[in-house]
Design a protein around this ligand. Structure first.
Ligand SMILES: Cc1cc2nc3c(=O)[nH]c(=O)nc-3n(C[C@H](O)[C@H](O)[C@H](O)COP(=O)(O)O)c2cc1C
Length: 201
């Protein structure tokens, strides 16, 4: 049986972003675990417009070729890890727009989250969980929150950023818990989607 494929979605797009650091870290933790395959999907690579379709692709196919490419790439995956920055107590505008630019591709797949910020992006992660429900995703309960002293230790805002390996003892257990639940849901839902497709054929 092929392993479920996971997209680690880099949820910020500004040139000076820090989000690639936790994205690379969680990808390597998933690879070390071995139950899932993982790629990074960078929203910035897609040059998505601000949502300008007649409707979401729940109702009609999208027209913008960049949005269609984003949907096609999302469709290749069995689950997602969102790497979530907190922008004014919510997710970034870029991530919200990227979520809106697909619908069917998110359905019946697990959504896991790695948050970073003063309080580990807890508020942004909770917002994202509500959005995930509307997208018919399954929320993975354990999440990684890089916050407080850990955040200051590894983030440029602290003035002397250390590599994430320096806080591994603090955040590693939550990453393991998250990956464990993600692997369970990704496998289960992959089979269930295949069954549903077979029944419909
Ligand atoms: C517009 C903006 C709003 C922010 N709001 C918050 C916030 O509400 N809470 C927080 O902990 N950090 C906040 N920050 C700091 C971010 O946690 C920090 O800049 C982080 O690196 C942003 O992710 P990025 O580097 O991947 O863009 C904010 C940063 C920006 C640019």
């Amino acid at each position: 049986m092929t392993k479920p494929r996971i997209a680690v979605i880099l949820g910020t797009t500004r040139p000076s972003r820090w989000g690639h650091v936790p994205a690379d870290w969680i990808k390597s933790r998933i690879e070390a675990d071995g139950r899932l395959d993982a790629d990074i999907l960078d929203i910035a690579d897609y040059d998505l417009p601000m949502f300008d379709e007649m409707a979401s692709n729940k109702w009609m196919p999208s027209q913008n070729p960049n949005a269609v490419k984003w949907q096609e790439d999302l469709a290749k995956y069995d689950g997602y890890v969102f790497v979530v920055a907190e922008y004014n107590h919510s997710i970034s505008g870029a991530l919200k727009n990227a979520l809106d630019q697909a619908f069917l591709e998110w359905n019946h797949k697990p959504a896991a989250m790695v948050g970073y910020g003063g309080v580990g992006a807890a508020r942004a992660v909770e917002h994202l969980r509500l959005i995930a429900v509307e997208l018919s995703m399954v929320n993975v309960a354990p999440a990684v929150h890089i916050g407080g002293g850990d955040f200051i230790k590894v983030h440029p805002l602290g003035g002397d950023p250390k590599p994430l390996s320096e806080i591994e003892a603090s955040i590693g257990a939550s990453a393991d818990a998250m990956i464990g639940e993600l692997a369970w849901w990704a496998g289960l839902l992959k089979d269930a989607r295949a069954e549903k497709q077979k029944a419909a054929a």
